[in-house]
Design a protein around this ligand. Sequence first.
Ligand code: NG1
Ligand code: ZN
Length: 549
Amino acid sequence: MSLPIDDIRRLADLHQKPRHLHFQYGTAGFRTIGENLESVMFKVGILAGLRSKRLDGHTIGVMVTASHNPEPDNGVKLVDPRGEMLEASWESHATALANAADTDAFIEVLKNLVKTLKIDLSKPSRVVYARDTRPSGPALVAALEDGFTALGVEARNAGVTTTPILHYLVRAINTKSTKDTYGDDSVEGYMQKLSTAFKKLVAGKPASPPLIIDCANGVGAEAAATLSKYLGESLPLILLNTETTTPGALNHACGADFVKTQQKIPPSLSSHIKAGQRACSLDGDADRLMYFYLDDRSQFHMLDGDKIAALVAAFIVDLVKSAGLENEVRVGIVQTAYANGGSTKYLSERLPVRCVPTGVKHLHHAAERYDVGVYFEANGHGTVLFSPETQATLAEHQPSTPAQSTALNHLINLTQVINQTVGDALSDMLLVEVVLAHRSYSGVEWDSLYVDLPNRLVKVVVPDRSIFKTEDAERRLVSPSGLQARIDDLTRKYEAGRAFVRPSGTEDVVRVYAEARLRAQADELAYRVAGLVYDETGGDPATRPGEFL
Ligand code: NG1
Ligand code: ZN
């Protein structure tokens, strides 16, 4: 069987690549201004179909979103059959297809792929797809659907939903009626699974005061509203920033990325939040989560991905011990260089900690190597993975006391409340609420597990970020030569100073991170390192260091 060239050609002609643009499938898939992405969507439709054929007709996911980016941006990423990110070796195939200049070139690349990857075109191809609430979404989805039509893909439209729900659906569809069944393959199935496990985990605990959720004016607002109905009185939620149809509102002065990068409360929440009341922010596709609270003096306290990892990991370790499984089940943590030094110190005194390069695929794969792998990026993206062996151990273990039995049941329910396919703001939120309820913690006690070092993240626009090469999980530069030594000389002058420079995988910038004992020192170190980067590369004068955060 060969490719349906006529259908592909006819539809490809309708979705021509803009001449001047180069696309790259990076850590977040393809991501750029939405109106430039139509040709990419069409091609991704075909690529997803081919990947499904290559994997024997297993269902592949396609998510149309630009996450925490501003509203004019959009993007697309593929999801592999177990609900995980696309296998890394296919990223370059995606890039090659997206950059084929015209229909002829595109068909050539397709034929080559089919040949070199030995794709059996007679296999079925199945895809499930969804989008977030961005205005550019419908047109892009239409282009994606043309890609499905061109290849004859059996495509299931999951409508407007969050990234993690789409990942859940992919896994649920592919494990349906198997021993690894993940849940019913519907949004209701997801809601039912999470809320049922949550209710069991908090049964008998005093009711929590209401939790404020900043929904970033994105698709998380709809999912959170549905979840709230399933949770009922077990967790009262107050949903704010739910304006999914107001132009320009998405991620604007709100959401998880705003909270993390600005290190302050979204102004839209100020009049709603009382001293001590906990609140959290989702990002635009609900896969990142940031908690925070205001203290009695209205001081803002941020509980980011590192604080979530610390809270959750310690809780799981305690449950493993109480269940009598400390010799069988080893809990470990995965972080990136952006993890606050305070968190790394706290965690490594208690657990094995690994540092990996930025990007969910690195974290996820490293976490799979532990029996229970807890991974969170400081920006609030993360989850907990229980290895198949550990899940079997939990299912088979015979507790010898009632206390062991209770702890074991809690662990089993945690495997259900946690979305193990990908970071999931709503699932992570339930997980945090479980731990807070069990520990009787408010934000204050949680925050006091360790003290964050003041830190600053800045970006520098440079003519060519590809000259920046790193090693040691991106903590050191190997190129441009000599720059790392100058960063080291500078960093040594600051108490508890740490700084590193890496090229972004999602934006055309170089990122500079610095932390130090005192706020003013962290800021100064960040700006001085940014200055070094700027001097090295003759950065764009419009973006001198110190003028951007
Ligand atoms: P880049 O642009 O490579 O720094 C950003 C985030 C990552 C990850 C990806 C994917 C920071 C500093 N970087 O990557 O952690 O979330 O986006 O969305 O937060
Ligand atoms: Zn996101």
